[in-house]
Design a protein around this ligand. Structure first.
Ligand SMILES: Nc1ncnc2c1ncn2[C@@H]1O[C@H](COP(=O)(O)OP(=O)(O)OP(=O)(O)O)[C@@H](O)[C@H]1O
Ligand SMILES: [Mg+2]
Length: 125
């Protein structure tokens, strides 16, 4: 069975070639099997969020490969990537990104609305 997650020698370099260049990921390789529980720890600025953004298909590596359940993420269309973000990957952001003008319930409902779940089912899950 394919690894659920596989990073192969992944680099994420912000502002590559500029004086302000930041090498946030520097040749990261990682495999995660289905059902495995993995925690990534490291000091502030060590690249954890950058790696999560890559794993969550919110960002693409500067170099290197990311296979999600055997699929090369680089070959997916924007539509396929948004389907993965919508249906396959749960992602809790470091900043909660709550919408201030909505109630707590409405904030919780929002992803369900994007998934096309009707009002009756949204309250019944
Ligand atoms: N969009 C960006 N543009 C330029 N540099 C960035 C960007 N995002 C992150 N960085 C830099 O990349 C490095 C890794 O940042 P990242 O946010 O991934 O670290 P982190 O491990 O999540 O830190 P923390 O524990 O503080 O959340 C840092 O030096 C950060 O300043
Ligand atoms: Mg972070």
């Amino acid at each position: 069975m394919a690894n659920l997650v596989e990073l192969k020698n992944v680099f994420k370099i912000y502002g590559e070639g500029l004086e302000s260049e930041v090498r946030a990921l520097d040749g990261v390789s990682l495999t995660i099997q289905r059902g495995e529980f993995v925690a990534v720890v490291g000091q502030s600025g060590s690249g954890k969020s950058t790696m999560m953004n890559v794993l969550g298909c919110l960002d693409i590596p500067t170099r290197g490969d990311y296979f999600l359940d055997g699929t090369d993420v680089r070959e997916l269309t924007d539509k396929e990537l948004s389907l993965i973000r919508n249906k396959e990957i749960g992602f809790i952001f470091q900043q909660y990104n709550l919408i201030q003008s909505l109630t707590v319930l409405e904030n919780v409902e929002l992803p369900l609305i994007y998934q096309g779940i009707g009002a009756d089912d949204r309250y019944d899950l």
